[in-house]
Ligand binder design. Structure first.
Ligand SMILES: [Zn+2]
Ligand SMILES: [Zn+2]
Length: 275
């Protein structure tokens, strides 16, 4: 075992033992013995003891996340509210053509997951990027074949928004993926992340409160492709924090496909409930 591996292990034991942490979502003290690792194993059936426990989200908050489960739309991944149905294509996707191949999310954007994303994104708790990013990586493993994806692209922010917020939440969510892959002993995920491929060069007002049609109109023409030659024939995974109407990722997909990408898949941490 190399020293590079040992030092973080020792550190995490030390931190767990001497500095109790508060949950970044609800503020309660975390019992580190009962945190993130057991959640990952239980929820996503991932057997590993190597994830560490200093992950800033308590057991009760983790347990109130609602992971997406069947039945869901085979294209956009939105979970249906009726238990008995089989997976099928939703009404919205039947009406729209093309763009991304499939979209998938980890969970429903409500309760603790919504609170966690708000803390992370709007209240600057960027330490949450690690556990949320790991959840997103496990979701990626669950729904996609790693070998199928050539490039992972975060949905970019406009530079004015980046200055306001100080970080791009989509990029922070995938930043530790190479490390996650190593922890899980996955070799296929080398250096697939390209954060500079897409640029958001038109300022758009917040999409919050806008309906489906207005969101699509608001976002049109907001993105441009920086390195056209590098995506020819490539399969791209587009990553964002929340999928609402899909307007943003659909517009990004359009730009990537026009630029020569072979396919675009979408992965988000959370999806709003299907209305
Ligand atoms: Zn909590
Ligand atoms: Zn759908």
């Amino acid at each position: 075992m190399s020293y590079k591996k040992i030092i973080p292990d020792i550190l995490s034991v030390f931190l767990d033992a001497f500095f109790p942490v508060k949950c970044f979502v609800c503020g309660s003290w975390i019992d580190v013995k009962d945190g993130f690792s057991s959640f990952c194993q239980k929820t996503l059936l991932w057997e590993t003891g190597e994830m560490g426990n200093s992950f800033f989200i308590c057991k009760s908050c983790l347990n109130s996340f609602t992971p997406v489960k069947p039945p869901f739309c085979l294209k956009c991944g939105l979970m249906f509210q009726i238990d008995e149905a089989e997976n099928h294509i939703c009404g919205g996707c039947l009406k729209k053509t093309g763009k991304f191949r499939i979209a998938r999310s980890f969970g429903v954007y409500d309760q603790a997951l919504m609170e966690a994303i708000h803390s992370f994104k709007y209240r600057g708790k960027i330490q949450l990027a690690r556990p949320l990013g790991m959840i997103l990586f496990l979701t990626f493993m669950q729904f996609f074949k790693i070998e199928r994806i050539d490039i992972v692209v975060p949905v970019p922010l406009h530079k004015k928004r980046l200055r306001q917020r100080g970080f791009n939440q989509a990029l922070l969510l995938i930043r530790h993926w190479p490390e996650n892959a190593r922890q899980l002993k996955i070799d296929a995920f080398l250096s697939k992340i390209d954060k500079d491929l897409l640029v958001r060069n038109r300022w758009t007002e917040s999409q919050i409160g806008l309906g489906r049609e207005l969101r699509a109109a608001n976002i049109k023409g907001a993105f441009t492709l920086k390195k056209r030659s590098s995506i020819k024939g490539k399969n791209i995974l587009l990553v964002d924090d929340v999928y609402t109407t899909g307007a943003t990722v659909r517009e990004c997909s359009r730009v990537l496909l026009n630029g020569g990408a072979a396919s675009v898949d979408v992965l988000t941490l959370a999806q709003t409930v299907q209305l």
